[in-house]
Design a protein. Structure first.
Length: 341
C-alpha cells in the first residue's frame, strides 16, 4: 500500500476510456465545439489493462470506467473482461449517461462488470433536450431498467442539482429512485474544468437538500459507512428505509479521505480532479518501460501527493468558474469530460 503526504492510500482508480460524449450537459460541456484528444494518443485496451494491473499492484483495489461517455468506446465489454480477470481487483464499476446502456448491459455483466452508476439529472425529456441537447431521455430510462435486470446493481443514480435548472425536481428524483429501488445521490454543482458557466448562487448546498428531503419524507438518519471511509457520498436513510446519498464536494469537501486518482483516455494521470498538471504515462508505456519502472514513477509521485483541490477552492474569495473557455481549449485535459468526473 502506498500512502501520500497526508496518509491517504492510492485506493481507487478512474479510468477514462474516451473523451467523446453523446450529451452536452450545461454543467460539463456547454460549448458548441471542443478540442478532442488525438485518436493516435488514445490508449489501447492492452495499454489500459496493463496500467490497471500496475495500479492494482500498488493497492488500488477499485476501478471505475468513465469518460466522456464510456459506452461510446467500441467493444467496451472486451476491456471489462480483461480487467475482471485480474484477481486482485476488488470492484469494477461504470459511470454512464445511460443512453446506450440498454443494448450493452447484459454483455457488460457477462464480461464481469459489477455495478453501474447512471447520471439522471431530470425526469423531464424536454428539460434534458434543452439542458443537455439530447432527446434520448427514454433511452436513459430504458438503460437504467436494463441495468437492474442484468444484475448490475445496486444501480446508483447521480443527479447534479442546479438552482434554476432542476432544483424543483429534488424530491421527484428521490421518489423515482425509491420507487425503482435505485440509490439516488445528489451531487453539488462543482466548479470543475468544463463548468464555464458555474456560479456559486446556482449550487444547491447539502444542508438545503437535507432540509427539503426531511420536510417531505421525515427524519433523515445519517448512515455510517465503515466499509468504505473514502467513499465520496455521505449516505442517509429515510423512515421507510430508503437510502440516498449526497456528494457535497463544494460545501463539505472530502479531500482528507480522497483516495482517487484518474487516468485520461490518452494516459495522463491526475492525482486530483482540480490538479493543474498530470503525469504522462503513455510515453513510458510506449517506450517499453517495465511494469516495475512505471510502478516506481507512480509510487514516487503518490508519496509526494499533497492535493486538496476542493478544500482550496472552498477558501477562494469571489469564487467563479475554474477555467474560461480559452484555458480549456489550450489544454483539453483540464476538462471534466476528459478527466472522467
Ligand atoms: N458520461 C458519463 C456520465 O454522464 O455519467 C461519465 C462521465 S461524467 C463527466 C461523470 C459524472 O460527472 C457525471 O455523474 C456528471 O454528472 C458529473 N459531472 C460533470 N460535470 C459536473 C459538475 N460541474 N458538477 C458536478 N458533477 C459533474
Amino acid at each position: 500500500m502506498v500512502n501520500d503526504v497526508f496518509g491517504r492510500p492510492l485506493g481507487s482508480l478512474r479510468l477514462s476510456v474516451t473523451d467523446r460524449c453523446n450529451m452536452r450537459c450545461g454543467y460539463c460541456m456547454p460549448e458548441e465545439s471542443y478540442t478532442w484528444l488525438p485518436k493516435a494518443s488514445l490508449l489501447s485496451f492492452e495499454e489500459l489493462d496493463r496500467l490497471a494491473g500496475i495500479f492494482l499492484g500498488l493497492g488500488a483495489a477499485k476501478i471505475r470506467l468513465t469518460g466522456g461517455e464510456p459506452l461510446l468506446r467500441h467493444d467496451l465489454p472486451t476491456l471489462v473482461r480483461m480487467l475482471a480477470a485480474r484477481p486482485s481487483l476488488g470492484d469494477l464499476a461504470l459511470t454512464t449517461n445511460g443512453i446506450l446502456l440498454e443494448q450493452h448491459a447484459a454483455a457488460l455483466k457477462e464480461a464481469g462488470l459489477r455495478r453501474v452508476t447512471v447520471s439522471l439529472d431530470t425526469l423531464r425529456p424536454d428539460r434534458m433536450l434543452a439542458f443537455a441537447r439530447s432527446n434520448r431521455h427514454g433511452d436513459v430510462l430504458k438503460g437504467i431498467a436494463a441495468a437492474g435486470r442484468a444484475g448490475l446493481g445496486p444501480v446508483k443514480l447521480n443527479s447534479v442539482i442546479i438552482r434554476g435548472f432542476n432544483d424543483d425536481e429534488v424530491l421527484d428524483l428521490l421518489s423515482f429512485g425509491r420507487e425503482h429501488g435505485h440509490e439516488l445521490r445528489y451531487i453539488e454543482y462543482m466548479d470543475v474544468g468544463g463548468a464555464t458557466r458555474w456560479r456559486k448562487e446556482e449550487v444547491v448546498p447539502r444542508a438545503e437538500l437535507l432540509g427539503r428531503v426531511a420536510a417531505r419524507f421525515g427524519t433523515v438518519e445519517p448512515l455510517p459507512d465503515p466499509g468504505s471511509p473514502s467513499a465520496p457520498a455521505e449516505r442517509f436513510r429515510l423512515p421507510d428505509g430508503t437510502v440516498f446519498g449526497i456528494i457535497a464536494s463544494v460545501t463539505a469537501p472530502f479531500c482528507s479521505s480522497c483516495d482517487r486518482s484518474r487516468v485520461t483516455a490518452d494516459g495522463t494521470w491526475f492525482s486530483c480532479l482540480y490538479a493543474e498538471q498530470g503525469m504522462d504515462l503513455r510515453e513510458p508505456l510506449r517506450l517499453g518501460r517495465s511494469d516495475a519502472e512505471i510502478a516506481d514513477l507512480l509510487t514516487q509521485a503518490w508519496q509526494r501527493r499533497s492535493d486538496r483541490g476542493a478544500e482550496l477552492r472552498l477558501g477562494t474569495p469571489d469564487r467563479g468558474a475554474l477555467y474560461q473557455i480559452a484555458g480549456l481549449r489550450a489544454d483539453p485535459r483540464r476538462e471534466m469530460h476528459t478527466r472522467g468526473g
